[in-house]
Design a binder for this molecule. Structure first.
Ligand SMILES: [Zn+2]
Length: 155
């Protein structure tokens, strides 16, 4: 019988968290950051991006980069105004569960226009293009929406 869940620490009890934990282990482990996190000099290829550099998971980076190229082709990149965070070791509000940001697998953009629980301000085209590149927006969630949030895992 499936008893494995009983031993799963609360920190990884979300669907997205469990996926990331199964693939990449516990992001709080010593040496984890050196193994998985890279520093992306974003503006070298995407001069419109609001910050020069961000720390990001090495497997999320190529997906986000492809999404950015697609945004440039379509002109949709102009919807990105501000960067809030990417890799940061944090928990969900009032919860022991680690945020997917802890793995560097999520990025928060335009937080002022897209507060937690709001419908979000991204165009449908923007959300669809990101999703086609494997970058999923919290604006599409059915529960409590987090439209500033884009991640390499859905949910
Ligand atoms: Zn986020």
């Amino acid at each position: 019988m499936a008893t494995a869940n009983l031993t799963l620490p609360a920190e990884f009890s979300g669907k997205a968290q469990f996926t990331l934990y199964a693939r990449y282990d516990d992001p709080r482990l010593p040496g984890w950051e050196n193994k998985w996190i890279i520093s992306w000099k974003v503006q070298q290829l995407h001069p419109w991006f609001p910050v020069k550099e961000m720390k990001i998971h090495k497997h999320f980076w190529p997906q986000l980069q492809d999404a950015f190229f697609a945004l440039e082709k379509t002109g949709l990149y102009t919807e990105i105004k501000t960067f809030h965070r990417c890799h940061e070791l944090i928990q969900l509000p009032d919860s022991p569960v680690l945020s997917t940001h802890s793995w560097g697998a999520a990025i928060d953009l335009n937080p002022i226009d897209n507060p937690m629980g709001s419908q979000g301000a991204w165009s449908e085209d923007f959300i669809k293009l990101m999703a086609r590149n494997g970058v999923f927006c919290g604006q599409s969630w059915t529960g409590n929406k987090e439209p500033m949030h884009f991640a390499m895992v859905d949910g």
